[in-house]
Design a protein around this ligand. Structure first.
Ligand code: F6R
Length: 242
């Protein structure tokens, strides 16, 4: 595991964007694993800028997103499909047919999870998986106590995650408590993993993931076993590391 500590969130975003850009340049048909949440937004802005200045093309890139709320369709402003369109896909030359976000508005979620895994497999797996981390150490929506070998499935969100994500929903708006998420086993199969974290809020989770025991209590700790993982964090998120 490599841990890169940078001055601030902007430097973290630049580092991540450069890493993704250089993969796309060496392998234009690559498959990216993508995350939502506030952490990767600046990175996506960087990628959009590189596309607009003609340094980068996404025309042959495929993407698989980590997760989606169960019960929200892709037109719902809080859905992760909507987030990805707004924050990245609508601003670059990617073919949207090659962008896969788990289907949230389905009455057959288990089937949707199975098909998501099958499609990922048929595309040859993820070359580079981008991750954020929850305050409780979750990756994707794999909350503490998730099986470390889990596959894409439906998970119940913890109170902590629901509260952390309340900021994205209007006061009276329905906030789902269930999500479809890639499993920890699925994430671990990515050939390379890049986890970004910024801010004091993430300091405990980063300490547990990097220095703590390998434990279902901190799902991100599984990454200690990954042969090619880089944590890119700012000084605030690094403050509890020894
Ligand atoms: C998002 C995801 C989550 C977030 C995590 C951190 O697709 O899978 O694991 O990465 O909740 O969220 P932010 O970046 O908003 O702090």
């Amino acid at each position: 595991m490599r841990v890169v500590i940078l001055e601030n969130a902007k430097a973290v975003a630049n580092f991540g964007a450069d890493k993704i850009a250089s993969l796309i340049k060496t392998k234009p048909q690559c498959t990216l694993g993508l995350a939502t949440g506030s952490t990767p937004i600046k990175l996506y802005q960087q990628l959009i800028e590189q596309y607009k200045s003609q340094q980068l093309s996404f025309s042959d890139v495929s993407t698989f997103n980590l997760d989606e709320y169960l019960g929200l369709d892709g037109l719902h402003p809080q859905s992760y499909r909507y987030f990805m369109n707004e924050n990245l896909f609508d601003h670059i030359d990617i073919d949207k047919r090659n962008t896969y976000v788990p289907i949230g508005n389905t009455s057959h979620p288990d089937q949707a999870c199975f098909e998501f895994e099958q499609t990922l497999k048929s595309k040859g797996g993820v070359d580079l998986q981008l991750l954020g981390i929850g305050r409780n150490g979750h990756i994707g929506f794999n909350e503490p106590s998730s099986s470390l070998t889990s596959r894409t499935r439906v998970k119940t969100l913890t109170e902590d995650t629901i509260n952390a994500n309340k900021r994205f929903f209007k006061k009276e708006e329905f906030q789902p408590h269930l999500a479809i998420t890639m499993g920890i086993g699925t994430i671990s199969e990515a050939r390379e993993v890049l986890l970004l974290a910024t801010g004091y809020d993430k300091a405990d989770a980063i300490q547990n993931a990097v220095e703590g025991p390998l434990a279902a209590r901190c799902p991100a700790s599984i990454l200690q076993l990954h042969p090619n993982v880089t944590f890119v964090i700012d000084e605030k998120a690094a403050q509890k590391l020894q």
